[in-house]
Design a protein around this ligand. Sequence first.
Ligand SMILES: Nc1nc2c(ncn2[C@@H]2O[C@H](COP(=O)(O)OP(=O)(O)OP(=O)(O)O)[C@@H](O)[C@H]2O)c(=O)[nH]1
Ligand SMILES: [Mg+2]
Length: 228
Amino acid sequence: MSIRNVVFFGSSGGGKSSVINMFLGGEIRAPISSGKIGCTFESKSYDTTIENTRYHLYDTPGLNEGLECRTSAKEAIGNLKSLIRNLSSESDGGVNLLVFVFRSPGRLTDIIEEDHRTVYEGFCDKKVPIVMVVTGLEDEVPTMNHWWEKNREKFEEKKIRFVDVACITATRGRLAEDNQRHRYDEEYNLSVTLVKKLLVKNCRHSGWRKESNNEWIKGSWKWIRKHF
Ligand SMILES: Nc1nc2c(ncn2[C@@H]2O[C@H](COP(=O)(O)OP(=O)(O)OP(=O)(O)O)[C@@H](O)[C@H]2O)c(=O)[nH]1
Ligand SMILES: [Mg+2]
């Protein structure tokens, strides 16, 4: 069975690890932060199978501000570059999908625009589809998807483009008073369906590989230098 490699990235505390856990159904889980300190320090992959297809979901350290990070922004982007480079080398299966995780009500800063461009254009030559998962929408009314209707233009103005977007919550929230269920169970369960659909629909069938290693080194360093 072929494996699809999916790389999650975005600012620290945005919910990357929490979103990955939505695919894992309570088995092995990615550690998530409970306080102010960011908690994913190196890339790690988690396996899941959806509709008879195997996926490797790559959790990566947070790229920018947000939570206090133990990984610097430069280390984090370097780490992401190495991961994509390894996946896109001859021996590995290639990269099938990029997932940018954005936490509402976060600001759409120039740094985010730069991260999107560095990863999508600089590291992946615009050859890997990129989607966005927006977290933190448990209280959005009338529906979680309303957030994208309100904010779509801001992304378009900055030319930050995605082939698809899922508006979700990655938390079940606190236990309700009856101790039987959590406050956002309903929104969370809908969100699990949405993120699974997002993966199935948008992954490349065959993984993207960079043609030559030299090209990789030249191209990606150009983007990293521009970034810092
Ligand atoms: N309210 C709310 N909290 C969320 C949501 N998603 C994640 N969180 C919380 O946000 C905090 C950070 O989540 P993580 O999943 O660790 O974020 P991360 O992007 O992996 O962070 P780093 O590993 O530091 O880059 C945790 O306390 C989560 O419970 C969401 O949709 N809504
Ligand atoms: Mg994390």
